[in-house]
Design a protein around this ligand. Structure first.
Ligand code: MN
Length: 411
């Protein structure tokens, strides 16, 4: 079992910090007038742009001077490894450069976190089996819950990069075309069934121009974020046939502020579940490509404490991000650096592990109770939703920071 690596930053050596030396997630922060790339360590963010300017980080060319991690991704996986090794050396206990590194640390509590990378494209999948069964049962009945293709291909749709926002961004309740079961005609009105989807996002760090294998796809992935695919269920129910979701998913998708690299998650790889059907050769598992990441969702009504309403794990997925990416390229689609792939809603088999309100309240028919005594079927105005995730090591954990957003009334 991998042990915790110790840093001279003492807050990074706690069992409870999300950001030990083993993690080193990549973000973008602003403090005063400056916006730049940073790396989280304990209770601090390290200004890596400053260290590159001083020559303490030398990657052969300046890669840390823009307020996004795309140039590092674009430089290739040898640079990814080189940067991680440099950061571990600079921040380790006994680092020869402790003084200079300390001068580039800012308390996390005093900075603002921004989008960590430029999202070039966004695709969202539907690859959680329990979620697909739950939603399919509600929409089409238990007999037809899983569409016939579901066990053979990771189903997805092309989303909008422009809709992706960083944690902390306020979300406005969308309006759209709604048609209830008793309405003869649709109307344009604020969504009454606005929801979350608890997902992981995989970030493509290497481009491709042709079909790639599952192994090549895994090598192309730079890192992962927590992702909330905000969804308007009433807009979705009316619009989704036959081309899938459109405006119901267009309001916003929130990501956590920190990109946790594939390297940091390496000790937590795990197998995909048993297959009902053998996958076709281009999608077959070639090794453990899911990750054991505990996930949770809390909701805090305005002025109230947060209640935890979901607890699940990324290992519940039926398809890994590498399989989704391989499938994405299978008809010749080119992938770009900064492509973001949403996993699909992650639900476990139990009621508490369902990753959306649609499932938790069973289509709104079974409202659930918060710690405050209030009930919810869907999100109400001024509710704050917070998604979190961490991989648990023997004496450390690897976290992503909060993926949070408050819902404001419709404009
Ligand atoms: Mn989704």
């Amino acid at each position: 079992m991998t042990k915790r690596l110790n840093s001279f930053v003492t807050s990074a050596n706690s069992r409870d910090t999300e950001f030990p030396l083993n993690n080193l997630p990549y973000g973008v922060f602003s403090q005063g007038d400056h916006t730049r790339c940073g790396v989280a360590i304990g209770d601090f963010v390290l200004d890596v742009a400053a260290l590159e300017n001083q020559g303490l980080i030398d990657l052969g060319q300046p890669l840390l001077q823009s307020a996004a991690w795309n140039p590092v991704m674009d430089a290739g996986s040898d640079i990814w490894d080189q940067l991680r090794a440099l950061l571990i050396a600079l921040l380790s206990e006994g680092s020869a450069d402790q003084g200079a590194v300390e001068a580039a640390l800012y308390p996390l509590a005093e900075v603002q976190l921004l989008m960590p990378f430029t999202v070039t494209e966004f695709t969202d999948f539907y690859a959680g089996k329990n979620h697909a069964i739950n939603v399919g049962t509600m929409f089409r009945g238990a007999e037809n819950a899983l569409p016939p293709n579901w066990l053979h291909i990771p189903i997805g749709y092309n989303g909008r990069a422009s809709s992706v926002v960083v944690s902390g961004t306020d979300i406005y309740r969308p309006s759209g075309q709604l048609k209830g079961p008793d309405d003869t005609l649709p109307k344009f009105a604020p969504s009454k069934r606005f929801d979350i989807e608890l997902e992981m996002g995989a970030i493509v760090g290497r481009p491709s121009s042709d079909r790639v294998s599952v192994d090549q796809a895994d090598e192309m992935i730079f890192g992962y974020v927590i992702l909330n695919d905000w969804s308007a269920r009433d807009i979705q129910a009316w619009e989704y046939q036959p081309l899938g979701p459109f405006q119901s998913k267009a309001t916003a998708t929130t990501i956590s502020p920190w990109i946790v690299t594939k390297a940091a998650l390496e000790p937590f790889r795990c197998e995909t579940p048993e297959r009902d059907f053998e996958l076709l050769p281009h999608l077959k598992d070639t090794g453990p490509m899911l990750y054991d990441i505990d996930l949770s969702v809390t909701i805090a009504p305005k002025g109230s404490d947060a209640s935890e309403v979901v607890r699940t794990n990324y290992k519940e997925m039926y398809y890994s991000a590498a399989q989704q990416l391989a499938h994405h390229t299978s008809a010749g689609c080119a992938m770009r650096v900064g492509d973001l792939l949403g996993s699909g809603t992650i639900s476990g088999a139990t009621k508490e592990s369902r990753g959306s309100f649609l499932e938790l309240s069973w289509g709104g028919n079974e409202p659930f109770t918060l710690d405050t005594g209030e009930t919810r079927s869907f999100i109400e105005d001024f509710d704050t939703l917070t998604l979190q995730g961490f991989a648990q090591g023997s004496d450390f954990k690897i976290g992503f920071g909060e993926c949070t957003g408050m819902l404001l009334p419709a404009k």
